[in-house]
Unconditional design. Structure first.
Length: 486
C-alpha cells in the first residue's frame, strides 16, 4: 500500500526563556522533501527503527514527508509554523493518491496564534484527502489532547512509557490498527475522557507501572483495540490536559465508557502516582547523609527537554557549597563559556563565569576558579532516542566537582554524554543531571539512589489558560462538565 508519513514535533513551554525559530528545527532535525540535499538526513532517519522504517518493513510504499523536530522552547513564530505546515501539505498533495496517512505529532505544540497545532495540521490534511483515507496519529504521552483531534482522526495512539522507551513499539501498534481499518477487518471507534489532574507521572514506579501494564495487556480483548494515557503538559498553558484515549471495535459509546472507567481508576490513585520533587536544599541534605553511592539528583525545573534553558545554576551552586566529595554535574549549556575556556590549555586554571544567562529561571551566573580538564571538539550522546549532537564542549573542575559544559541545549538522556567526555559516572559520589526523568533508563542500574529536585520559581510559569478545575491546583471534590471528581 502507498502510505504517506510525516513527523512534525515541538513540545512548547510558553514561559521558556528560549525562543523558537526555523533555525531551531534546522539545528535539531529538519528534512524538507522540497529542499535539495536532504538525502543524508533522510538516510539517517531510515537507519533505525521508527515509524518510517516500520511502514517500509511491513511492505508498504512509503512516501516520507516533512520531518521537523525542535528542542522544547517558546511557541513557534506563525510564519515558521505556517512554512513547515505548508511543506507537509504540499508533500502530501504530491503523493496522492495514498491508502493511508500516518503522522507523528507531539500533542503539546503551540504556535503563535495556534494553541492546538495538532488539530490544525490534521484539519488541513483532511481538507486535502476527505474522510475516506484513514488518518492515524502517534502522540507523545505528554500531549494535551482535545476532542477536536479525536474527531479528525481514525486512530490516535500515545506512548505508554516515561522514559519514552516504547516509541517504536507503539508506532507499530498504530500502524497495525490502521492496516486493519484499511482492509475492512475492523472499524475503529475512539473516545477521549479528560482527567482533571496535572503533574509528572513516572511509569517506572508503582502503582502506575502495574496499572499500565495490565491495561496494555488488555488491548485486543473485550472490544478494546488500544488504550493511551495522556499525561498532559501544563507548561503549554492551554485549556486541555491529561486524559485517556480508548479505541474500540464495538462503538463510540463503548470506547467512552471504557475511557471513563480507566480515567476514574487513574484519578483515584493520583496522590500515589504523581511525582513529588524535593527542594534542592532537601535533595542536597539527603545526598550528604546517605551511604550508598553514587546519588543522582535530577534538576527537573531546568530540564531542556521541557523548555528549560539548560543553564540554571540553582543545583550547581548548592552542590559546590556542600560537602559532597567528588561530584559530577551536567550538562550546563553555555557556549560563551566554552569559547573562553577554549583559550586556556587543559590543566591550567582560569576564572570563568558560567550559567545564569538565559533569564530569571536560570538563576545568577557563577564566577568560579576553574581548572580546564579537557576540551571536546564535539560530543554525541546516545540513548533510546538515538544520537544527539551536543556540539563543542568542555570539562572544567571547581573544587571537587567536575562540570560538563556543552554548546547545544540538551537534557541528560544517558551516561554516554559523560563517558564521551572521558568521565565515568560510577566514579563519583553525587551526580547532578539536568533532566526530568528520561535519564532514568540509563542511570537506574548505575545509581542506587535517584532524587528529583526542583527550584521553586513563583510567577515564572504562565498558567492563566490552564484547564480548571484540576487537581492539585484545586481541592477535590469538584465538578467538571457535569461529572463529580473526588
Amino acid at each position: 500500500m502507498k502510505v504517506f508519513a510525516a513527523h512534525f514535533v515541538h513540545e512548547t513551554d510558553v514561559s521558556s526563556s528560549i525562543p523558537t525559530a526555523l533555525s531551531s528545527y534546522r539545528e535539531d532535525f529538519l528534512y524538507l522533501p522540497s529542499e535539495p540535499g536532504g538525502e543524508a538526513r533522510l538516510a539517517a532517519v531510515q537507519s533505525r527503527r521508527n515509524l518510517f522504517t516500520i511502514l517500509r518493513d511491513r511492505g508498504h510504499e512509503v512516501v516520507v514527508g516533512l520531518i521537523a523536530v525542535a528542542q522544547p522552547s517558546r511557541p513557534t513564530p506563525r510564519k515558521d509554523y505556517d512554512f513547515l505546515k505548508r511543506e507537509l501539505l504540499d508533500n502530501l498533495a504530491r503523493a496522492l493518491p495514498v491508502g493511508m496517512i500516518v503522522l507523528s505529532l507531539h500533542g503539546a505544540q503551540v504556535a503563535e496564534g495556534v494553541d492546538d497545532c495538532e488539530s490544525d495540521i490534521v484539519r488541513d490534511v483532511r481538507a486535502l484527502v476527505g474522510d475516506r483515507v484513514p488518518v492515524g496519529v502517534f502522540l507523545d504521552l505528554h500531549g494535551n489532547v482535545g476532542p477536536g483531534l479525536v474527531d479528525l482522526t481514525d486512530v490516535l495512539v500515545g506512548g505508554i512509557e516515561y522514559p519514552h522507551t516504547d516509541v517504536a513499539d507503539r508506532a507499530e501498534h498504530l500502524v497495525g490498527l490502521l492496516e486493519r481499518a484499511v482492509s475492512g477487518e475492523l472499524r475503529p471507534y475512539q473516545a477521549l475522557v479528560p482527567i482533571p489532574m496535572t503533574g509528572m507521572f513516572f511509569t517506572t514506579r508503582e502503582p502506575l507501572r502495574s496499572i499500565l501494564r495490565d491495561l496494555v495487556a488488555a488491548q485486543g480483548t473485550n472490544g478494546i483495540l488500544s488504550f493511551s494515557f495522556m499525561h498532559g503538559f501544563a507548561a503549554a498553558n492551554v485549556s486541555r490536559g491529561a486524559g485517556v484515549i480508548v479505541v474500540s471495535e464495538l462503538s463510540r459509546e463503548h470506547a467512552k465508557s471504557e475511557a471513563e472507567r480507566i480515567a476514574r481508576r487513574l484519578f483515584a490513585v493520583r496522590n500515589e502516582i504523581v511525582n513529588k520533587p524535593l527542594s534542592i536544599e532537601e535533595a542536597i541534605q539527603v545526598a550528604e547523609n546517605v551511604g550508598s553511592r553514587p546519588v543522582v539528583i535530577a534538576e527537573g525545573s531546568d530540564n531542556p527537554g521541557g523548555g528549560g534553558a539548560g543553564d540554571a545554576t540553582w543545583l550547581l551552586q548548592a552542590m559546590l557549597a556542600a560537602n559532597l566529595g567528588r561530584s559530577l554535574f551536567g550538562m550546563l549549556c553555555d557556549p560563551g563559556a566554552i569559547v573562553l575556556a577554549k583559550m586556556v590549555e587543559a590543566g591550567r586554571r582560569t576564572p570563568l563565569r558560567i550559567g545564569g544567562k538565559a533569564g530569571p529561571r536560570s538563576g545568577p551566573p557563577l564566577d568560579v576558579d576553574a581548572t580546564i580538564v579537557d576540551h571536546h571538539a564535539g560530543l554525541v550522546q546516545t540513548s533510546f532516542a538515538g544520537r544527539e549532537d551536543l556540539g563543542p564542549a568542555c570539562t572544567i573542575r571547581v573544587g571537587q566537582t567536575d562540570i560538563l559544559l556543552v554548546s547545544k541545549r540538551q537534557q541528560v538522556l544517558d551516561p554516554s554524554c559523560f563517558r564521551a567526555a572521558g568521565l565515568e559516572p560510577a566514579d563519583y559520589n553525587v551526580i547532578g543531571v539536568k533532566s526530568n526523568h528520561h535519564f532514568h533508563a540509563g542511570f537506574r542500574s548505575l545509581a542506587p539512589i535517584i532524587l528529583y529536585a526542583n527550584h521553586a520559581q513563583p510567577g515564572t510559569q504562565k498558567n492563566d489558560r490552564l484547564w480548571r478545575p484540576a487537581w492539585p491546583l484545586d481541592a477535590t471534590p469538584f465538578e467538571l462538565d457535569g461529572v463529580l471528581w473526588e
